[in-house]
Design a protein around this ligand. Structure first.
Ligand code: NAP
Length: 271
């Protein structure tokens, strides 16, 4: 694909902006989707500085019509070759402390929005000689993680959708990739999560590392990518022998509990 047009949601975020800039370095043209005009202007500048072209498309993925977003995206450069679903929100805390509104916003952002954007863009993507969908999941989308129950469930859903869609589209020009980061240093992880990750010695990546892996997945036509070692091993063990992982995560949950005070659900609902 020469100078592909890449649509990135969550482009104002840590990982989304790194993905956009990494594609720009390859000469891609970027459609940056997000809500925050000031932050998006900064990302557009970084994309242009990296050698790409950028169009900012202001949209709230939960509130706005996916058909409108898809239509404006196609109009921006005349085509879209790749959709990177990167926008996401997180809940960290005790399950019973999460509000109904917070849960709804989390699933609307992490599951419903990417699926609806795919549905809106798929007829167009199918008309391209070669097209890609990249869904940014999480290691927690393969390992049900205590104190992140709804977030884990949302990423399980996105992983399942990605697998099913990949199989459905296998005979056509649209390839589907699922990329699952582990803990990444971005604003996504608010203070309690960051403190907990430090205290528990969680492995951490920079967003640029995630972006590298997205590019490698697309280039190598790799279906699923799990970042980090030993995380990718735990993903495999959890898939075949989940009881082996139970003990370690039950102990982990006990160590996480002191950090779950002051749930982050308010930040989800205000998003
Ligand atoms: N950071 C990690 O530790 C980590 C680990 C594993 C997986 N991930 C996944 O990686 C992806 C990106 O995370 P990140 O670390 O880059 O997070 P981030 O810095 O918090 O960025 C999140 C992005 O999602 C956007 N977003 C949220 N709700 C939206 C809505 N309703 N409409 C439009 N945009 C919306 C935000 O836009 P606004 O600027 O408008 O809020 C922001 O651009 C997420 O899917 C996350 O689940 C992250």
């Amino acid at each position: 694909m020469s100078a592909p047009v890449v649509l990135v949601t969550g482009a104002s975020g840590g990982i989304g902006s790194a993905i956009a800039t990494a594609f720009a370095r390859q000469g891609a043209r970027l459609i940056l989707v997000g809500r925050n005009a000031t932050a998006m202007a900064g990302v557009a500048k970084a994309v242009e500085g990296a050698g790409g072209a950028a169009v900012v498309l202001l949209a709230d993925l939960v509130k706005d019509d996916p058909a409108r977003i898809a239509g404006q995206a196609i109009a921006a450069f005349g085509a879209v070759d790749m959709l990177v679903n990167c926008a996401g929100v997180q809940y960290f805390g005790d399950a019973e402390a999460e509000t109904a509104g917070g849960t709804a916003q989390l699933f609307a952002t992490n599951v419903v929005a990417p699926i609806q954007l795919i549905q809106a863009l798929l007829p167009h993507l199918k008309s391209r000689p070669e097209a890609r969908i990249v869904n940014v999941g999480s290691i927690f989308g393969s390992i049900g993680f205590p104190c992140f129950a709804s977030y884990s469930a949302s990423k399980f859903a996105l992983r399942g959708y990605s697998e099913a869609l990949r199989r459905e589209l296998a005979d056509g020009p649209v390839k589907v990739h699922y990329v699952a980061p582990r803990y990444t240093r971005t604003g996504f992880n608010r203070a309690p999560v960051a403190r907990m990750a430090e205290a528990l010695g969680m492995n951490q990546d920079n967003p640029e590392r995630v972006a590298e892996q997205v590019l490698a997945a697309v280039r190598g036509k790799r279906a699923d990518t799990y970042l980090g070692w030993p995380e990718k091993l735990f993903v495999r063990i959890n898939a075949v022998l989940p009881r082996l992982i139970d003990g370690a995560l039950v102990r982990q949950a006990r160590r996480m509990r002191p950090f779950t005070r002051g749930p982050l659900v308010e930040s989800i609902e205000s998003n």
